[in-house]
Design a protein around this ligand. Structure first.
Ligand code: ADP
Ligand code: F6P
Length: 483
């Protein structure tokens, strides 16, 4: 049976080190949560980093970790502290991540991190090549592994390779500032199919390829000497039924079986019939616009004092990339903003912002999605943003309003949300007012359209479309060679 192997920086499971030994826990992030629902359907392996440094564990412990991951068809590529520092925190998250999200002032161009980025990409490619069998395909993911497609293709030209970028691809004017721009594009062009979340990113990619290499591009096909490469937009979906069914089950549970969080949420609503909750969920990342969001919420409380004591912002931020300085500064800024809003507008029986700096289990996520009246999603740049889709899927009674940044890829699919510019604090504050006063009929009408769309193009459809296009890319290439 031909298989599709997945390659990504992070495996879908991370290692939990407890007194009773190691266990696996799900990794956070759009790529991991999305692909975890489907990769087993492709009968291949998932190659990537298990999230720990190899020096921190003995050989025996690393063997235990490998054995746990093997049960989930995962093949770990172990990285040293130095590799994590220079490849992951360094070139991936201090150079590509800020640049591709238009944070050009944060992008660090450093030859040392570039060298280690290349070396780790080679390690991932070699680990993949070592398990490939005739007829297998490979699906490489995201900006940490831009060189892997070419590294595999150069050794195994007959393997069909797909590549999907989970973050934006920036305008050429931004991309061109990278000293290693040609190498990165050559790396991506080792794939037979290159996928993006939305057409805008694809368009920037085409113009970059044309301007750097002069290759001819027609009807989504890039003509590169003896090869034809397809590129297209595939907006990533979620496992809609999983979220929807879990939300239904949550509502049906008797009170005593509900989690502590859920019982607290219910108590909160019982204290007064007009209590309302606004939800904010992300990794703590400067691209997510968390300070803007807090300032807009403060502006809302200032402008509409009648909502004080009634509306609470539940803010969940998962710790992310904590070794990178810009993330540390963001953490400090968010802590201070939360403190100042709670200090200014809070009282003994009212806390305007409930702030949780941690990852929550799936059950609690669902409880929050289904209990909060408004989802406030305000990234300054975001490749897609799956949280918006998860909120939609969890609204089983079709109430609820989404306030959504136009800078998130998902905004293209969510015309029924209240669309805002996250840099416009006043407008965001007004949209909070609009969301909280939106009549129930209107909420339900908007939510029905959103649910139909997000359910139809779910993660399974997304993956099927990608794999179908990968097969087309392979056929186009064989026809081309046969001519
Ligand atoms: P990104 O990939 O940039 O992190 P997405 O919104 O696309 O952003 O995906 C985030 C994923 O991480 C979602 O599937 C969401 O459910 C999950 N997630 C976000 N915050 C938390 C949290 N505090 N606890 C658990 N999972 C979370
Ligand atoms: O979806 C974008 C993404 O960067 C993924 O590549 C990544 O797995 C996720 O967000 C979380 O980031 P990290 O793996 O750095 O914790």
């Amino acid at each position: 049976m031909s298989k599709i192997h997945i390659v990504s920086n992070r495996l879908p499971y991370s290692i939990k080190d407890t007194e009773n030994g190691f266990s696996l826990k799900p990794s956070v992030g759009g790529l991991a949560t999305g692909m975890k629902s489907i990769y087993k359907d492709y009968h291949g392996s998932w190659i990537g980093w298990p999230g720990v440094a190899k020096e921190d564990h003995s050989t025996k412990e690393l063997d235990q970790i490998d054995a746990l991951l093997e049960k989930e068809n995962c093949i770990p590529v172990h990285l040293s502290h130095e590799e994590i520092n220079l490849y992951y925190e360094g070139f991936s998250n201090r150079t590509i991540w800020p640049l591709f999200h238009y944070f050009t002032q944060f992008a660090d161009f450093n030859a040392e991190t570039w060298e280690v980025y290349k070396a780790v990409n080679q390690k991932m490619a070699d680990a993949t090549i070592s398990i490939l069998e005739d007829g297998d395909s490979v699906w490489v993911h995201d900006y940490q592994l831009l060189l892997v497609p070419e590294m595999i293709k150069s050794k195994m030209p007959n393997v069909t390779i797909g590549f999907f970028l989970h973050i934006p691809f920036p305008s050429f004017e931004v991309f061109r500032t990278l000293p290693w721009r040609k190498e990165l594009i050559k790396g991506m062009l080792g794939a037979d199919l290159v996928g993006f979340h939305v057409y805008d990113y694809e368009r920037h990619f085409f113009s970059t390829v044309r301007r750097l290499f002069g290759y001819e591009i027609s009807f989504n096909q890039i003509h590169v000497e003896d090869r034809i490469i397809l590129a297209d937009a595939f907006p990533m979906g979620i496992d809609y039924d999983k979220f929807h069914d879990a939300a239904l089950a949550t509502h049906q549970k008797p009170l005593q079986e509900k989690s502590r969080l859920h019982q607290e949420l219910e108590k909160y609503f019982l204290t007064s019939p007009d209590r309302r909750l606004i939800l904010s969920i992300d990794r703590l990342d400067y691209t997510k616009g968390i300070p803007n969001r807090l300032k807009a919420f403060a502006r809302f409380l200032e402008k509409y004092p009648e909502f004080r004591y009634k509306v609470t912002l539940v803010m969940l931020a998962v710790p992310s990339r904590g070794q990178v300085d810009h993330y540390q500064q963001l953490k400090k800024e968010v802590d201070e903003l939360v403190g100042s809003i709670n200090g200014l507008y809070g009282s003994i029986n009212y806390t305007p912002v409930w702030y949780f700096y941690r990852s929550l289990p799936f059950e609690n996520l669902i409880e929050l999605y289904s209990s909060c009246d408004v989802a406030l999603i305000t990234p300054v740049r975001d490749g897609m943003n799956l949280v918006a889709k998860e909120y939609v899927a969890s609204r089983t009674n079709k109430s609820g309003v989404i306030i959504l940044s136009e800078m998130a890829g998902v905004a293209k699919e969510m015309g029924e949300a209240i669309i805002i510019n996250p840099n416009d604090e006043n407008d965001t504050a007004e949209s909070i007012y609009q969301a909280l006063t939106m009549p129930l009929d209107e909420q339900r009408e908007r939510m029905s359209y959103l649910q139909d769309r997000i359910k139809r193009y779910d993660i399974f459809k997304w993956a099927n479309e990608f794999v179908k296009s990968l097969n087309t890319a392979r056929d186009i290439q064989s026809d081309f060679l046969a001519k």
